[in-house]
Design a protein around this ligand. Structure first.
Ligand code: ATP
Length: 328
């Protein structure tokens, strides 16, 4: 018979993403609803090791659903990667009588949670908070939708200046290993080409395609490039290559960077965060552990953390085809 859960800790770990605050709020209020105490753990695993805890009640999380970032702060902790660090964390949790943890973060944070669960048989549930949408077991990670809207807004603005000056813009978006952001914003922003890590377009084909679109009457172009695209050149080298191999375009680069992670969460992410927080807490109360909550076919589902970490998301081939047709 698993120990009854009377106190739940919540932390945010790894890179921040919009919607983390809404998820914290949901975890805290679901705990309050079920008469379970909730403790906020500051600075991810770093704060867990140091015992940087604060009791949170339903009113402690007022006014944060619309705020980007995370009120609990996030951090990366080297110490938690070592058994000794995790031992310290377990001690702090025992001292504070915390019975279970909700971890809001990416695959690294989930790996740490899984190891911690194995070592100390400590109940954990993950909420996928990352803008990259690179976690198996959910159609959307928390923050992905907001990041898409932020980037599309930026591309629309870049388009204004591109078309006023007949410019070709390379716009770099986040996505070191996956091209979900690039592919979606590329289609929504009307990009002429989209370079993603999953597909190697090749430099010659890129130039050929840009030349083709110019011949068809286009006077400006936008190429969306995921950070980890496979062409093997960074975005500034890409600019140099196109400068040298194409005439008539004024080529510019825009690296969007960390602004993609900020801003108020979209309506979709706020609702998703609220649903995920409820599911995470209620799953723990039902005795479930070592799972991630996710959105699958419109419903809240649980996926074993191990599967969420090890699986690799696939690029949507239908979207790739749509983007090809749209750039005709
Ligand atoms: P993002 O997707 O934004 O990078 P993430 O959760 O993957 O988020 P990481 O920096 O990879 O971010 O991991 C966050 C923290 O999780 C690390 O700083 C570390 O404390 C812990 N962690 C990651 N991998 C392990 C591991 N193998 N063992 C123990 N702890 C780990």
């Amino acid at each position: 018979m698993p120990k009854a859960i009377k106190k739940i800790g919540v932390l945010t770990s790894g890179g921040d993403s919009p919607g983390m605050n809404a998820a914290i709020r949901s975890v805290v209020r679901t705990c309050a609803y079920h008469n379970v105490e909730c403790v906020g753990i500051y600075r991810g695993y770093e704060g867990l090791i140091e015992g940087d805890f604060q009791l949170l009640d339903a009113r402690s999380v007022r006014g944060i659903i619309n705020k980007g970032g995370t009120m609990l702060k996030s951090a990366r902790s080297k110490e938690f990667r070592e058994k000794e660090g995790r031992q310290k964390a377990f001690r702090k949790l025992s001292e504070a009588s915390i019975d279970a943890l909700v971890i809001i973060g990416g695959d690294g944070s989930f790996t740490g949670a899984m190891i911690f669960n194995e070592e100390f048989d400590f109940p954990v549930i993950g909420i996928p908070g990352t803008i990259d949408n690179d976690i198996v077991g959910t159609s959307n990670t928390l923050g992905f939708d907001t990041a898409l809207n932020t980037v599309v807004d930026a591309i629309d603005k870049i388009r204004d200046t591109a078309s006023s000056h007949n410019r070709l813009f390379f716009v770099e978006v986040m996505g070191r290993d996956v091209g979900h952001i690039a592919l979606n914003v590329g289609i929504a922003g009307g990009a002429e080409e989209i370079l993603i890590p999953e597909e190697d377009l090749g430099l010659d084909r890129l130039v050929e395609s840009l030349n083709r679109s110019r011949k068809s009457g286009k006077t400006s172009s936008i190429v969306v490039v995921a950070e980890g695209d496979k062409i093997g050149k960074n975005i500034f080298e890409l600019k140099d290559y196109v400068d040298q191999n194409m005439e008539g375009y004024d080529v510019r680069v825009s690296v969007l960077g960390h602004m993609q992670r900020g801003g108020p969460p979209s309506c979709f992410d706020r609702v998703l965060a609220s649903r995920m927080g409820v599911k995470a807490v209620e799953s723990l109360l039902e005795g479930k552990t070592n799972y991630m909550v996710g959105l699958m076919n419109g419903a809240m589902e649980l996926t074993p953390l191990e599967m969420a970490i090890k699986g690799k998301t696939k690029i949507n081939l239908e979207l790739l085809r749509v983007s090809d047709i749209m750039s005709t």
